[in-house]
Design a protein around this ligand. Structure first.
Ligand SMILES: Nc1ncnc2c1ncn2[C@@H]1O[C@H](COP(=O)(O)OP(=O)(O)OP(=O)(O)O)[C@@H](O)[C@H]1O
Length: 346
């Protein structure tokens, strides 16, 4: 396999903000690479470095072993996070316009159908719904039939059925050999589409690998959540050491209105239900969840946060009012007199 997209030791700062710190990755020919990470982690900055729309302070970005700015633009498809095409063109006219910029473009009518807009071709861009607008933008990024496609949150605002349409389209493009770098906050999207996923946190690539490997290594274990009308004591299940009933779980955690069994085996469900019924505890639902990419992501992002600040963000977020768990507000951001370095092109 050949590396088509490569970052080596990329660093990018904006004033005091370190947007990227020593980021290295490579995306192979025909691969879909998913880039995930919290808001402000540096994903867009990485995409912009790789597409030549921002210049890193250090390190190199390469497409087919060349500087991104030296690559024939006809071979690239780029869907930025925010994209504002001319309002007063219809969806069809917009795709025809973008197709006209390339010597060898796809049929705009076919692209309209591919993004699920065959019936909205006559509608002006400004009159399309938010999700329809995003579909046109996805269409405009693929109209030149690119060899490498950068998609920054392609399905934001698109309804679930439309999302699947776009997912199938991305899968088809990859099957035909297009290399895709996909930025997303939708873990189901990353899990379904990506051959490999990279997690950026605070400008650093903290983990990468196939979704199944990240899930296996960081996704925890199977979990049963029982929604109850009242708070239930874990003592009912005998704690972990001294159980009156054998509940096969690694951790039992009582919360307000729910009790969570971690590392629980399916055979334990019957015993749990027996306890609830014997104790006459009403419950509204029992939800079984296998580890998934979302849980792996949360665990990895939290590890990164702890490494950076010494504190768990999930704890801080669980605190009413969104303050930090220990009440320390030294991280609060003052708005007065704040330097806000910008780069003109953003
Ligand atoms: N042009 C700019 N000027 C100043 N700061 C910037 C600029 N672009 C990005 N930043 C800062 O760099 C950091 C990384 O931003 P970036 O947009 O790359 O994050 P992201 O991972 O794409 O976030 P999101 O998930 O919210 O889209 C943030 O702290 C952001 O405020």
């Amino acid at each position: 396999m050949t590396a088509v997209v490569e970052a080596a030791g990329l660093r990018k700062t904006y004033g005091e903000t370190v947007a990227l710190e020593d980021v290295s990755l490579s995306v192979e020919d025909g691969e879909i690479f998913g880039l995930i990470g919290p808001n402000g982690a540096g994903k867009t900055t990485l995409v912009r470095s790789l597409t030549g729309t921002t210049v890193p302070d250090a390190g190199t970005a390469r497409l087919w072993e060349r500087a991104p700015t030296a690559v024939d633009k006809g071979r690239l498809g780029v869907l930025p996070q925010e994209f504002s095409p001319p309002d007063r063109l219809s969806a069809r006219e917009l795709l025809e316009y973008y197709a006209g910029l390339y010597d060898d473009a796809r049929d705009p009518e076919r692209v309209l159908a591919d993004v699920g807009l065959a019936d909205a071709g006559e509608t002006w861009y400004e009159n399309l719904s938010g999700g329809q607008k995003r579909r046109v933008c996805v269409g405009s990024a693929i109209v030149n039939d690119p060899d490498v496609l950068f998609l920054d949150e392609p399905t934001t605002g698109i309804d679930p059925a439309g999302r699947r349409t776009v997912w199938r389209l991305i899968e088809e493009l990859a099957a035909e050999g297009t290399t895709v770098l996909l930025t997303t906050h939708d873990m189901a999207e990353a899990e379904r589409l990506a051959d490999r996923v990279g997690l950026l946190a605070d400008g650093s690539l903290v983990a990468s690998g196939p979704p199944a490997t990240l899930i296996e290594n960081h996704g925890g274990s199977s979990r049963l959540t029982v929604e109850t009308a009242t708070k239930v004591s874990t003592d009912l299940f005998g704690g972990l050491e001294d159980r009156p009933v054998e509940i096969d779980a690694t951790e039992i955690d009582a919360r307000d209105g729910s009790i969570v069994f971690e590392g629980v085996s399916p055979t334990a469900i019957e015993a749990i239900v027996d306890v609830l019924e014997a104790e006459e505890i009403g419950y509204t639902s029992l939800t079984w969840a296998e580890p998934d990419l979302e849980r792996a992501y949360l665990a990895l992002a939290d590890d990164a946060e702890v490494a950076r600040t010494g504190r768990s963000k999930s704890l801080a977020e669980a605190t009413p009012g969104g303050g930090s768990a220990d009440g320390d507000d030294t991280d609060g951001i003052g708005t007065a007199d704040r330097d806000q370095p910008t780069e003109g092109s953003r």
